[in-house]
Design a binder for this molecule. Structure first.
Ligand code: ATP
Ligand code: MG
Length: 438
């Protein structure tokens, strides 16, 4: 371990003081770590893998950080490829489509507006292991685990925060959020997922900077949102978004719905999200149009009171057009596919049709023959459960669209200069792809 000049030494948590064991690490990730160390490199397990193992949870993936450069990593693992432009990252492939991602320690200058950016050349993307810890989003995500002596290396106070169940942005939250506003969403997602509380300075910075989410590219926001909705802790997440005001930045269409006599709508949304959580905890994958459609039920009911009427075919069609137009405007900033929006509108427009024809879980034969029956009845039963009715049917839906490759998307070209990324005209991407304010 190298401690750069002027850098405080990290806290080293010995094997006897934590319950994390190399045995819990995925075999292939372990192979990569062993190989890198055998070749004389420093290599650690990092990020969510360390966090989740520390908490006794099963990590979604195992990421590795090393001082080896991408070219050196590639040479060690024949079955690998490099992705990303400025932040080159190596993916090592294993049986069963498994990918272990290995990234070279990155410099802080890539992530922070001030400080080291003045002393490092603009194109220096690599850094020390300390830099790599400090460039990360949350303290609990910045821990390294060394398989060699089974220690945890903690530069940012992440272990104390894990013990005290605290979500804290690494460094100055104002700067770190300004640099990449998506970190606000990440802080709230992790807080709700693992039931931690958000530390005060981080929380106040989220409230102060919430509008900066407008500067982020829509694709990143949409990906983060879908991750949130699929995170399995939606009701806590909703509360955090509402309390911080981020909810209305992301969903301005809900402003008129929730601000005046909105309690019933908020409650309904909370209950819908609970049902979504329940289904997802049972490993049911909910496709995007379903997730967003369910999310928009309280909004649509307030905006289109005629939804509650018995409508004829033509009227249903007209209603679905009107909903689609409003969804178009209301979700414009999230860049949702046209087909998805059409789908959402038709699910919402037919909600009452299914409510009217629900005969204690039995359906009239004419309705069962409709091509839309299966989907719409499942959509309706989720709503019914949220309203206190019987449990939603198990989802038998087409396989959801492929998971967005959020990691590689983080590898978009980064900015070179010192200005906030979104202030540059000539760089569409910028760090984390921040975009120019409209
Ligand atoms: P999950 O369980 O959802 O995979 P994770 O923390 O591993 O959670 P990833 O999106 O896989 O999340 O990111 C891996 C690591 O990369 C994080 O733990 C964090 O250290 C770092 N990271 C991700 N996004 C950012 C960001 N916007 N700013 C700084 N660091 C980030
Ligand atoms: Mg991860």
């Amino acid at each position: 371990m190298t401690v750069p000049e002027g850098e405080t030494a990290p806290l080293i948590i010995p094997r006897s003081a934590h319950s994390l064991s190399s045995k819990d690490i995925d075999r292939d990730a372990l192979k990569v770590l062993t190989m890198l160390q055998k070749e004389g490199h420093t290599a650690y397990l990092v990020g969510g893998g360390v966090r989740d193992l520390y908490l006794g949870k099963t990590p979604k993936d195992f990421d590795i950080s090393t001082d080896a450069k991408p070219g050196q990593i590639r040479k060690l693992f024949r079955n690998s490829r490099t992705i990303g432009r400025r932040f080159r990252l190596v993916q090592v492939f294993f049986h069963g489509n498994k990918i272990v991602e290995v990234s070279t320690f990155r410099s802080r200058s890539e992530y922070d507006m001030e400080g080291e950016i003045n002393v490092l050349p603009a194109n220096n993307t690599f850094g020390s292991e300390a830099d790599d810890a400090f460039r990360r989003d949350l303290t609990i995500n910045s821990l390294f685990y060394d398989i060699h002596n089974e220690t945890i290396i903690d530069y940012t106070g992440g272990v104390a925060d894990l013990n005290n169940r605290i979500i804290r942005i690494v460094g100055d939250p104002d700067k770190r959020i300004t640099r990449d506003p998506v970190r606000m969403l990440r802080a709230m997602r992790h807080a709700s997922r693992i039931g931690f509380s958000i530390e005060e300075a981080t929380w106040q910075a989220i409230i102060r900077h919430k509008d900066k989410l407008h500067f982020c590219p829509v694709s990143r926001i949409r990906d983060e949102l879908l991750k949130d909705l699929r995170g399995g802790a939606n009701s806590h997440w909703l509360q955090l978004l509402l309390d911080s005001g981020v909810f209305y930045v992301l969903f301005p269409l809900y402003q008129p719905v929730f601000t005046e006599n909105g309690e019933a709508g908020k409650e309904l949304l909370g209950r819908i999200l609970e049902v979504i959580d329940r289904l997802q905890q049972n490993n049911q994958q909910i496709p995007e149009p379903f997730l967003l459609g369910l999310f928009l039920i309280p909004w649509s009911q307030k905006m289109f009171p005629e939804m509650n009427d018995k409508l004829k075919n033509g009227q249903l069609y007209a209603l679905s057009r009107r909903i689609k137009d409003e969804v178009d405007t209301g979700l414009d900033h999230l860049n949702i596919k046209r087909a998805t929006k059409e789908h959402i509108a038709s699910l919402l427009a037919r909600l009452q049709l299914f409510a009217d024809n629900d005969q204690n879980g039995n359906w009239p034969a004419w309705l069962k023959k409709k091509s839309y029956f299966r989907e719409n009845s499942q959509f309706y039963t989720i709503y019914r459960e949220a309203c206190g009715g019987g449990p939603a049917a198990d989802l038998e839906l087409p396989a959801p669209e492929k998971k967005p490759r959020s990691r590689s998307q983080r590898q978009t070209p980064r900015r070179n200069g010192q200005m906030p990324a979104y202030s540059r005209n000539d760089n569409k991407g910028g760090i984390f792809g921040l975009r120019k304010q409209k």
